[in-house]
Design a protein. Structure first.
Lengths: 284, 177
């Protein structure tokens, strides 16, 4: 017993160093597994506040591009308005069923919440976006995040007033997408090389594809509504040994100047997820 | 200003500069991440017990981790260099008792060449371990080699600039004073 104490006394510094290393590494491993550590909650409140302070200054220099983006987005939304549709065929009449208006609320699948970006990184291999909207304002993990130009990420961690989204520019991020023209589905990932480009995989070679084609979110991704911009094709790599193309996409979202995003809540996400999980269990 | 207060201010400043200045630089290449924050550990006083040195390294790294959402990554690397630091210092100081005459490692207290080697060794160690941990979760061996080399070069440049801009005058202390 005495020898043990002597041993600890002699190598105390080394043992303490080992303990610290093990604590640090266990944080790292656990976080990578679950994308969430409990102790991060309190900390992200503090770092979020600091980020918000910084952003209060940096935002000022971004006012002009942000304004341009919002105007462009408004213009797009105006194009979608019902009044703009011209009904040349007089036999068709638009009837607004007032009874449906209220109940339509119940079947609306996706809700949008605006959120201010207070922290964003682009120069790591694992990038995150901090948003000034948290559980108190109805944000939960597994909600999609889109900017005015296209998709940006997915919420992974939430504190009271802040939330953290895994950016599209994260090595572990994956999203199901489709070609806008022909509808073939594939997966988008990031290879970590340039924050301007992501990689689209699993598009069969039977698909017709050209440079500049749009790639949008697919209906099968339960995080995003369909037809949200993801990016445009900038390079098609034709691998002779494979039946699939590997395509380089230019991201629609400009991660360098994004100031506002929308968090998308899918009302039926839990239901769909539960059904799919229970099906998996049944046929395992 | 007392040594403690000076180091507390340095702690906050190094974290803030790293997070809000260096991390905001648009990425040049995937291999280059400008790191300067660990200079705080290299500047800590000589007379700090090794236990506290290791512990401060851990806390300092963890603070940065909270900003980058990588809990444990920088903490592990900082703990390592804080633990190894006394060994390197003992190798590098030219004469016996030097660490009693000066407060902390600097160009003045250690001399140009020993200080440069001291900084180089610990920078390389820090980046190797940091990128090694990253490499464990993704990347290839070339990613590891390339990133360690490029990041170390950028860090050394930043440290050189910092040392020239904020030249630390070290007072020579004797027993008689």
């Amino acid at each position: 017993m005495r020898n043990i104490f002597l041993f600890i006394g002699r190598y105390f510094n080394f043992l303490f160093f080992l303990v610290m290393q093990i604590i640090a590494l266990s944080f790292l491993v656990r976080y990578n597994k679950f994308h969430q550590a409990i102790f991060m909650n309190a900390a992200s409140e503090i770092t979020g506040r600091l980020n918000a302070r910084y952003n209060g200054i940096a935002y000022y220099f971004q006012l002009k591009p942000t304004n341009d983006l919002l105007v462009k987005e408004n213009e797009q939304l105006h194009q979608l308005l019902k009044q703009n549709g011209g009904f040349t065929d007089s036999s068709k009449k638009m009837i607004i069923d007032t009874a449906l208006i209220d109940s339509a609320k119940k079947i609306q699948k996706y809700y949008f919440m605006s959120a201010k970006v207070v922290g964003i990184t682009t120069n790591f291999q694992t990038n995150f976006i901090t948003l000034h909207r948290g559980s108190a304002q109805g944000v939960k993990p597994n909600m999609g995040v889109v900017s005015a130009q296209g998709i940006a990420g997915t919420i992974v961690n939430v504190s009271r007033n802040f939330s953290v989204a895994m950016s599209l520019l994260h090595l572990q991020y994956k999203v199901v997408v489709k070609l806008k023209n022909s509808g073939e589905r594939g997966t988008v990932e990031w290879d970590g090389k340039s924050p301007l480009y992501v990689t689209l995989k699993d598009i069969p070679k039977s698909a017709k594809i050209n440079k500049g084609d749009s790639v949008v979110t697919s209906e099968t991704s339960s995080l995003f509504p369909s037809d949200f911009m993801v990016g445009t094709v900038s390079e098609i790599i034709d691998d002779k040994s494979s039946n699939f193309y590997t395509i380089k996409l230019k991201t629609a979202t400009n991660f360098f100047n994004v100031e506002y995003v929308y968090i998308i809540a899918n009302n039926q996400y839990d239901e769909q997820k539960n059904l799919e999980d229970s099906t998996h269990k049944k046929f395992q | 200003m007392s040594e403690l207060l000076k180091n507390i201010i340095r702690f906050a400043l190094f974290i803030l500069v790293q997070v809000f200045v260096l991390y905001k630089i648009p990425p040049l290449h995937r291999f280059i991440t400008p790191y300067l924050y660990f200079l705080f550990i290299l500047w800590l006083p000589f007379n700090l017990p090794r236990f506290w040195l290791t512990f401060i390294g851990f806390i300092f790294g963890l603070t940065l981790d909270y900003f980058t959402y990588t809990p444990g990554l920088h903490a592990a690397a900082c703990t390592l260099i804080a633990y190894v630091r006394p060994f390197v210092v003992n190798r590098m100081i030219s004469q016996e008792g030097l660490e009693k005459n000066y407060a902390s490692p600097s160009i003045v207290s250690m001399g140009w060449a020993p200080y440069a080697i001291y900084v180089f060794v610990l920078t390389l160690l820090h980046h190797s371990y940091l990128v090694f941990l990253e490499w464990m979760s993704f990347g290839t061996f070339w990613f590891f080699l390339g990133k360690v080399t490029a990041t170390t070069a950028v860090s050394l440049l930043l440290i050189l600039v910092t040392e020239l801009l904020f030249f630390r005058k070290e007072k020579f202390r004797t027993n008689t004073a």
